[in-house]
Design a protein around this ligand. Sequence first.
Ligand code: PMP
Length: 286
Amino acid sequence: MKYHVDGELVDADEATVNVRDRGFLYGDAAFETLRAYGGEVFEWEAHADRLRETCEVLQLDHGLSDADLRSRIDETLAANDLREAYVRLSVTRGVQPGKLTPSEEVDPTVVVIVKGLPRGGRNSTPVWDGPATLQAVRTQRVADRAIPSKAKTHNYLNGILARLELRATGADEALMLDADGHLAEGATSNLFFVDGQSLKTPSLDGPVLPGITRDVVIDLARSEGIPVDEGAYTLDDVRTADEVFLTNTTWEVRPVETVDGLDTEGGPVTTLLSKLYDERVESLYD
Ligand code: PMP
């Protein structure tokens, strides 16, 4: 496998970064997780926009164009002869004099990591083993005023601590709440549930990453005439919901079978949105 590191394609085993890199020292870096279907990066523009927003939050002026970043991804896919892939693109603030305050001069470290996945689209096999078991955790989602939730940075300790709480039960995903007890999101996924006829998801006013899959699913639901409410919800709302599912780039639409050990029935809305998502992906192969 070849990875892209600072403009060079290198063997995965030799793909290293400097131990003084701020991405390593402090998590001072922006990243995106993407999927390639049939050699095409899904929702590239949305990912490029979110990466730009993360860099704005971090005041990280890396000086690279979206086209340059995209071509590093394309070169990595080509070098590995991969058309179906997980892609991770990271841009760190690089190596700087040893102090916490960042300097404006940035020599960024840019890394692209890829991994082969099954073909997506119609009749595809999802990357997950089965519907998810979801568990509410004590670890709060970090407040937006502490680390802006729209920023996708290398700092994932919040999600890691949440996932560590699952060790006792073996649940698949940790459901984090905000400081007021409202539902936020999973460690690496956005939450949706169906209540009566409408689809509900925690609003981006709370500490929630604006997931690209979340956006696609909201669009698909609205285009089918399914009302979508983005609001402030409680654990009881999701525990008593008719259907629950999670979204992220790799999982796509993943049904949830239990919330805190209580059964949630899978259902028609999840199945429909999953099918529509697959069709959207399938269009990349045409
Ligand atoms: N929330 C968090 C905290 C995440 O890490 C992810 C995965 N990037 C998501 C939501 C889902 O985002 P996306 O649909 O863009 O993959």
